[in-house]
Design a protein around this ligand. Structure first.
Ligand code: ADP
Ligand code: MG
Length: 286
């Protein structure tokens, strides 16, 4: 009877828009007592908006122009809103000869004139720039810094709202017996902690890299551990966790390939739904 129950479980999951690679995933998921969540694009909507620009050595619109030129080549959740903001102001973008996404850090672009532009987090910008001023941020806001050469061009403030079902999903998972839940994010401490507090996660690992995300998740006990993530920077940790669930979005194709399950409806509540499906399925199968 067991295979039939697992097939039933997989079709229940499919009706919830959760694609599961095989029945073993449900069996493993039913035993999960620990979980790690990525922040940007996973607990937050990953549909950010540019809300403000603080000029530094360049004007606000020049800052946006430089950032958008580089972000055209990025699949990060902040790339689209920055490019869209530049389009909305009908800014012409400088020619880019070469652009690289530096996972979990930002984008590095070489302009046709030879200038080097960086867009991303403080540590990444400080590799090129003397110093930066960190602005005061409201809840749900993140700062993205833009440098050109060794100067800070300006700072772009984005709001990346928390998903409406994020807090409910965390508490329903706890209700399903997942007692240990942590956040692993590439973002800086203040933004990470404000999101963690809102969704009800007490343990926060901020400023992680794709590799340290793997190390943190491998150290979590008890096993098996569930990882929920979205971006290209989550591909290694989704593969390293006992179960990886990918939120489908932009840049999620790479994440999806590494995951045991993919949520195609972009609704985080499905994580808790499928955890309950797994428990029901295993109960029926045993
Ligand atoms: P998470 O691990 O929570 O998904 P990310 O590592 O994707 O977070 O992003 C964390 C931070 O890295 C962002 O808040 C931003 O400062 C920076 N960052 C990474 N890639 C980019 C990019 N392409 N453009 C702008 N900022 C970026
Ligand atoms: Mg992410």
């Amino acid at each position: 009877a067991a295979p039939v129950a697992f097939m039933g479980g997989m079709s229940s999951a499919a009706r919830l828009n959760v694609i599961i690679k095989d029945g073993g995933v449900l069996e493993m998921l039913a035993r999960v007592r620990s979980a790690a969540f990525d922040k940007t694009g996973t607990l937050t909507q990953g549909k950010a908006d540019v809300v403000d620009i603080h000029p530094a050595s360049r004007s606000s619109s020049e800052t946006l122009q430089l950032a958008a030129a580089a972000e055209q080549y990025s699949v990060h959740v902040f790339a689209d809103p920055i490019v869209a903001a530049a389009r909305a102001q009908q800014l012409e973008l400088p020619d880019v000869t070469n652009a690289d996404e530096v996972a979990t850090n930002g984008v590095l672009a070489h302009l046709a004139g030879g200038a080097v532009v960086r867009v991303g987090k403080p540590a990444f910008i400080e590799e090129a720039t003397v110093s930066i001023d960190r602005p005061e941020l409201r809840a749900g806001e993140t700062a993205v810094y833009v440098s050109v050469g060794d100067e800070l061009a300006g700072t772009i403030i984005l709001s990346d709202p928390i998903r409406p079902h994020a807090a409910g999903t965390i508490s329903r998972l706890r209700g399903a017996g997942v007692a240990e839940i942590v956040m692993v994010t590439g973002d800086v401490v203040p933004t990470a902690e404000s999101v963690a507090q809102t969704v009800g996660i007490q343990t926060v690992h901020a400023e992680t890299t794709p590799q340290t995300k793997v190390e943190i998740v491998q150290a979590i006990r008890p096993r098996p551990v569930l990882m929920v993530g979205d971006g290209i920077n989550d591909a290694p940790v989704l593969a390293a966790a006992d179960i990886g669930i990918a939120m489908a979005g932009r840049g999620a194709t790479v994440a999806s390939e590494s995951a045991a399950a993919v949520i195609t409806s972009n609704d985080i509540a499905r994580v808790a739904d499928v955890a309950y499906v797994s428990r029901r399925t295993v109960h029926i199968a045993l």
